[in-house]
Design a protein. Structure first.
Lengths: 369, 309
């Protein structure tokens, strides 16, 4: 009986079909779906997040990101050849180069013996990993290895966990602090608003990235975990300013609207009005801005790590991998290109997604880039 | 108008003082000091050195001394780590290099960006629009510490067209090409997209239709009417662009080994060379604030709708 009553009260069109309301967010989602680049970006971002989260599971088929195998130093990327083959080729090339230098056409007995020994070693040497014995030279390195023989693919995946993690934490912190400060300033107005806005203005006029550099350099610690925490603090310190400004602007324009007036007139409390009435209406802009600022946090982290102030080996982030690769990039270019490509593709996707979201939520956006 | 300019100019000083204060105490909060060398000095010598630099005094006294020296004598004090010269010498030697790189990069970005933006807006949805705009998307997504090494790999190491690093004094003007491109790419991209979209917007507005209806030539409509309105967002972007150029120069100078001011930030912070660090920071903050001031004033000249009273 009860459900029938509910059905009756639903609006229907002339064919007696229930009308489904189109909310602002649903409308935006429809527009977003039409934007192919943005949807492509969304899939790329989801793929990265999927790989990064799957890599936390112990059985994920990937080499260790910090296991040092000195024999496998600087192996080039290869799809088909195993590490042993590459190592053998490398040594053979080296030995014949030495022979040529000394004026010999072919290798001498001693060198041939050395190669034979190497072949034997490649076929038989084993290593203990996770309690299992594996043939270490049978490994394949799709993205090559770095200066300590660590798998670049594993390091990039681990690096994306760190980089994306920092992006997420930075965005969440910016949202939390920014929304709180912005809504307080916007809703209360008056003196509170004045001081908060002044404070934000002053923070804006500081060269804050430089301050972050100094902060990171001053409190540089040898403890990796401490470093990551410092990085979070440094990024969170400056991240919320723009968010606070945007939320404040929205609150000022919404707080005198009719629906807020109505809520106030039936005696809703301040917190109730802010959380249940005004915030949901600013959600679109908050989502758009968060998506657009997400890559900024990743960039900030990479920037600091590139300067040697953020994350460093054996840990990895995209920035630190690129930073490590700059030295010796003429000989081992794969160490630069793979992390750079991984990072660039992600930033690309994120930017397209952000642009698409902005267009979807605000089709007549004036400051569209 | 004059009143606004003066008021705006005067507001720089308290902000600068706040910056100096924050930095002064932030820098001192960190553990360690400038005289913690790898080899520990005897206590007497350490005490004497501290005395020489007035570091035995309470912090607020040191702060007072630093600010008065700075305000009345424009003296940044001695460097704690490099004994040969004082901070003003190092700043005077390296600032021109940084400034040159920054100005070249910024003008490159502004002129190319606005030019490309105009062309793509006028030839909307043709190849002349798509190609520059795709380059602009790349410019925005690829960070400068990726662009720098990749450029270096191809232009300097593989094809050997340009020197890998160095600066004008030893390497000639060729050395500035790669740092300038790397530094300006992001701003070029932003400015190109910004001027394209705002010009498109302006071209649809009523006063442009009026100008066309009056029978003015296309050239006059675009350059005399449309461009002035379309440049507003670009001008207001220049303020943030300045601060990003300064931040970006830290990376670019370290990749291409430019003897500029930016290297002091990381180095002196690690060395705990308080005065050198503060000096560099104050210089950059002042540049930033003056730039913002100029942008604000320029904005009020271009946009007659804004009146500062």
């Amino acid at each position: 009986m009860n459900t029938q009553e509910k059905n009756n009260s639903q609006p229907v069109n002339e064919f007696n079909q229930p009308i489904k309301g189109v909310s602002l967010n649903l409308d935006a989602w429809r527009r977003l779906k039409k934007n192919k680049m943005a949807i492509g970006g969304l899939f790329v971002v989801l793929f990265y997040i999927l790989i990064a989260s799957l890599a936390f599971i112990p059985g994920f088929p990937i080499h260790s990101y910090d296991k040092i195998i000195l024999d496998h130093q600087h192996l080039p990327p290869s799809l088909t050849k195993t590490a042993g083959d590459l190592l053998y080729e490398k040594t053979e090339k080296k030995l014949s180069a030495i022979a040529k230098k000394r004026g010999r056409e072919s290798l001498n007995e001693e060198e041939i013996q050395e190669l034979k020994d190497l072949r034997h070693q490649i076929e038989n040497e084993t290593m203990e990993e996770d309690g299992k014995t594996i043939k270490v030279h049978q490994r394949r390195y799709l993205f090559g290895t770095d200066y300590h023989g660590r798998d670049m693919l594993a390091r990039i995946v681990f690096g994306s966990q760190v980089s994306i993690g920092i992006g997420i934490v930075g965005t969440l912190t910016a949202m939390l602090i920014g929304i709180t400060i912005g809504s307080i300033a916007g809703y209360s107005g008056g003196r509170t608003d004045y001081f908060l806005v002044r404070f934000i203005d002053i923070m804006y006029s500081l060269p804050y990235m430089i301050l972050v550099i100094i902060f990171m350099a001053m409190f540089k610690s040898d403890n990796q975990i401490q470093r990551i925490i410092n990085l979070y603090i440094a990024i969170a310190m400056v991240s919320w300013l723009t968010m606070a400004r945007i939320v404040r602007g929205q609150f000022i324009s919404l707080k005198n609207s009719e629906f807020v007036e109505a809520a106030r007139s039936i005696g809703a409390s301040k917190t109730h009005i802010i959380i249940r009435h005004i915030l949901p209406n600013t959600l679109g802009i908050i989502i758009v801005f968060s998506t657009l600022s997400f890559p900024q946090f990743i960039l900030a982290e990479a920037f600091l790590s590139f300067l040697g102030l953020g994350i460093s080996a054996p840990f990895a982030s995209w920035g630190s991998l690129i930073s490590d690769a700059v030295e010796g990039m003429d000989l081992f270019p794969w160490r630069l290109f793979f992390p750079a490509a991984a990072m660039t593709i992600f930033l690309f996707a994120m930017n397209f997604l952000g642009d698409g979201l902005r267009d979807a939520f605000d089709p007549q956006s004036k400051n569209r880039l | 108008m004059t009143k606004f300019i003066i008021k705006r100019l005067l507001s720089i000083f308290p902000t600068l003082l706040i910056v100096i204060t924050i930095c002064f105490f932030l820098v001192r909060m960190a553990p360690g000091g400038p005289f913690d060398l790898e080899k520990t000095l005897p206590k007497v010598i350490q005490d004497n050195m501290k005395k020489k630099y007035h570091m035995d005094e309470p912090l607020w006294k040191q702060y007072g001394r630093y600010v008065t020296d700075l305000v009345f004598k424009l003296d940044f004090g001695p460097s704690y780590r490099y004994q040969d010269h004082d901070v003003s010498y190092y700043i005077g030697k390296s600032l021109p290099n940084s400034a040159m790189l920054g100005i070249i990069a910024l003008s490159l970005a502004v002129f190319l960006g606005v030019g490309v933006g105009i062309i793509s807006a006028l030839k909307q949805n043709t190849l002349a629009d798509y190609i520059p705009m795709s380059i602009a998307v790349i410019g925005i997504s690829v960070p400068n510490f990726v662009v720098g090494p990749v450029l270096m790999y191809y232009l300097a190491l593989k094809w050997q067209w340009l020197p890998t690093s160095g600066w004008i004094m030893e390497g000639g003007p060729k050395t500035i090409i790669m740092p300038a491109i790397t530094l300006s790419l992001v701003f070029f991209a932003y400015i190109a997209r910004l001027s394209r979209s705002s010009l498109l917007e302006v071209l649809r507005s009523d006063y442009i239709r009026t100008a066309r209806a009056k029978g003015l030539s296309g050239r006059v409509v675009i350059f005399k009417h449309a461009l002035k309105g379309a440049m507003l967002p670009v001008v207001s972007y220049l303020g943030p662009a300045f601060s990003f150029i300064i931040t970006g120069s830290v990376v670019v100078e370290s990749i291409f080994r430019v003897p500029g001011l930016a290297k002091f930030f990381v180095q002196s912070a690690l060395n705990r060379d308080y005065t050198l660090l503060l000096g560099a920071l104050i210089i950059y903050s002042s540049i930033l604030m003056v730039a913002n001031f100029v942008v604000d004033v320029a904005y009020s000249f271009i946009d007659p709708r804004i009146s500062y009273k």
